[in-house]
Unconditional design. Structure first.
Length: 471
């Protein structure tokens, strides 16, 4: 179905006229435009954003846009201010409205295409709010093509293109060819149609991209990576420098993981986390380093600190996992504390289906530690009812670990191996089981949507079988 680009932009902006250009300039700014240059005002808006005074930052960016509508830096500063507040819909509306005034500007066309592409890859809430009767990915491709056609004819925003600001200057957004290539990858791999957790093509693509992005750094010696890190640390502090420091830390830690030097990998993971405690990737890498160096006490302290700061479902789940792991590995901890934390979900947090799955797996581990196999069996009956026909390989593997713990606990490890084989072979024929629960588990195996074929999950199952056989 062909759409009118001009008609689309006008309709999508209906009711939002004045969203940018007719905002009232707050009195707090006074005669700022008479006394400061645009660079000084942009710097002030950026500082307001960094200090989390988001309302004032938004107002100042809007005021700059109203007075300097052809300088693009304020548009992208306003966009970033929206994104740090999770205002994804406002970011999309921003560029839809801008294109009403500059319908052929390639940078704005590219940016709206990027916004559409981004939200189409999993932000279902914004997709529903937009409620368009066309594919956002297809519309993004049209916008990229239009930007490409107009890229040589635009003279708007000369000041923007000359800007030296690395934070507010999205100079790469004029690369339509890169955007079009990404669109083809999205379409070919159905990234906008199938949940990434269930999309095997997406997982393969992610792993291949990771290996390519690390292929250069990972071949450097540990000494060269440390030397590069030390060079970066003495450079003047800025966003690009911080970005490269974190990247070099990560490459160094992965290199040390590969060399099985877990003492030094823990040391550098600790430094990385201290460098930026708000970075979730640094937190997760630090947790991996704690696990590999068997510092379960540090992992418990780390996850508690994170839970106290974040106070979310996932931060609480991470803390409980650390408590369970420490009790399991070193018999240190209090099962009553773990039980109270598990029960706190019902009164403290909003429980979503994915969170409920996590809680049930934690409860399964908790019952195993308590050796309360009657409670574990009851929980497994519930899990079996929920998992018939499931498409999630990760959850199926954890489900197998849970029922294996049960059968090991009651002294029937052969039953567990039999059931695991039914999952691996995707068949229930000729399996003789003695437990009533086993028939439910076989039903899950028979009705699951596809076999567990990816290498990572197969490796987990093989390790699980070995663990059972060694008991």
């Amino acid at each position: 179905m062909k759409h009118s680009r001009r008609g689309f932009i006008q309709k999508s902006s209906l009711g939002l006229a004045g969203f940018i250009f007719f905002s009232t300039t707050p009195s707090v700014f006074g005669n700022i435009f008479a006394s400061q240059s645009i660079e000084e005002m942009l710097a002030e808006a950026s500082n307001l954003k960094k200090s989390k005074d988001y309302l004032q930052a938004e107002n100042l960016y809007r005021s700059i846009i109203e007075h300097y509508p052809t300088d693009k830096r304020a548009y992208f500063g306003l966009r970033k201010t929206f994104l740090v507040q999770d205002k994804f819909l406002e970011a999309v509306r921003l560029f839809e409205n801008v294109l009403q005034n500059y319908p052929r500007d390639p940078i704005f066309l590219n940016q709206l295409a990027k916004e559409y592409t981004s939200i189409s890859l999993g932000n279902s809430k914004v997709v529903e709010q937009l409620n368009y009767n066309f594919s956002l990915v297809d519309k993004a491709r049209e916008l990229y093509q239009l930007a490409k056609e107009n890229s040589s004819n635009s003279d708007i925003g000369v000041a923007f293109m000359r800007s030296t600001s690395t934070e507010e200057n999205p100079s790469t957004s004029n690369n339509s060819d890169v955007g079009l290539k990404k669109i083809e990858i999205i379409i070919d791999n159905q990234l906008n149609q199938i949940d990434a957790r269930d999309n095997l093509k997406a997982k393969e693509l992610l792993l291949s991209n990771r290996s390519v992005s690390r292929s250069y750094e990972i071949n450097l010696s540990t000494e060269l990576l440390i030397a590069r890190l030390n060079e970066l640390k003495v450079k003047p502090k800025n966003i690009q420098r911080d970005k490269f420091i974190k990247r070099t830390y990560r490459e160094l830690i992965y290199k040390l993981f590969k060399d099985k030097d877990y003492t030094r990998s823990y040391q550098y993971a600790n430094e990385l986390y201290t460098f930026d405690k708000k970075d979730v990737y640094s937190l997760n890498l630090y947790k991996k380093a704690c696990l590999r160096s068997k510092r379960y006490d540090t992992m418990e302290s780390l996850t508690k600190e994170n839970d106290d700061a974040q106070k979310t479902n996932w931060s609480r789940i991470g803390y409980i996992k650390a408590l369970i792991l420490r009790y399991e590995k070193s018999n240190v901890g209090n099962l009553t504390t773990i039980n109270n934390l598990l029960n706190s979900f019902e009164t403290t947090y909003k429980i979503t289906p994915s969170i409920l799955i996590e809680i049930n797996y934690l409860k399964a581990k908790f019952y195993t530690l308590k050796k309360d196999y009657n409670a574990l069996k009851s929980l497994l009956n519930t899990l079996s009812d929920n998992f018939i026909g499931t498409r999630n390989s990760h959850n199926l593997v954890r489900y197998m670990a849970a029922f294996s713990d049960y059968y090991i606990g009651i002294g029937k490890k052969n039953e567990a191996i039999t059931l695991i084989n039914s999952f691996l072979l995707n068949s229930t024929r000729d399996y003789i089981v003695t437990e009533e629960l086993s028939n439910k588990i076989l039903a899950v195996s028979a009705l699951k949507s596809y076999s567990i074929s990816d290498y990572a999950h197969q490796k987990e199952i093989i390790n699980l079988k070995r663990r059972i056989q060694a008991t």
